[in-house]
Design a protein around this ligand. Sequence first.
Ligand code: SAM
Ligand code: SF4
Length: 220
Amino acid sequence: MMHPKIIQIGVSYACNIRCLSCLQGAKPDGALMPWETFERILPLIRSGCEVLLFGRGEPLMHPRFIEMAAAATERGGIVSTVTNGTGLTSKTIAALVGAGCEHISISIHGADRETHERLQAGVDSDAVWQSVAECRTAGIEVILATVVMKSTMDQLLPIAKRGEGLGVGAVTWLRIIHDGSLEAEDPFTPECAMASWATIEDLRGQLPQGMVYHDNLGLR
Ligand SMILES: C[S@@+](CC[C@H](N)C(=O)[O-])C[C@H]1O[C@@H](n2cnc3c(N)ncnc32)[C@H](O)[C@@H]1O
Ligand code: SF4
């Protein structure tokens, strides 16, 4: 049997919010991976394998997410996830630590409440930022993930700065996947993308000292 070094498991195609940038079309009642399917994937995991438990929806909406994380950890996997942060209650944070998921990316598209709640409709910004703080207190390594688009260009450094104040040590800035339907909010042409990426390179140099920049979402 082949044993990958990295495995991504899309456990949920359900989502409880609506991000302006998202093209996934996940709905609150979207599909959840059956436990039997997950069990068939488990044997692929060996010690040291990075296990990314997220896909096209919100992973923490899977009612058995914690069990999945624990099962992957038990096989020696290094488990992480990417979440919109809305499900990170104190209880869930404690359960994540117990399940060995000590490394998560939290997608935040605004440093201020207005931008955050506009770009990720359905989030309670204060609550998500509070969860970031709680994760750090619980010892979870947090990476703040932001999609680069017109509306977030001026948010990238403020998000990093706010995160730094809460003990966050890393950010990742995601190249937008675009199909043309986002044009009203975020004009996007190849030229514009190149220009933004030049600005991004510049902004990277302005990150708070010691803040790590991750190129790959979900990976350590
Ligand atoms: C599809 S989401 C799934 C995980 C979770 N629901 C979340 O938002 O963190 C994975 C990542 O894609 C990002 N994303 C959203 N729209 C995107 C787009 N158009 N292009 C690239 N990444 C995008 C999200 O911000 C998130 O960091
Ligand atoms: S939380 Fe994730 S899956 Fe849900 S709309 Fe936002 S990017 Fe898409």
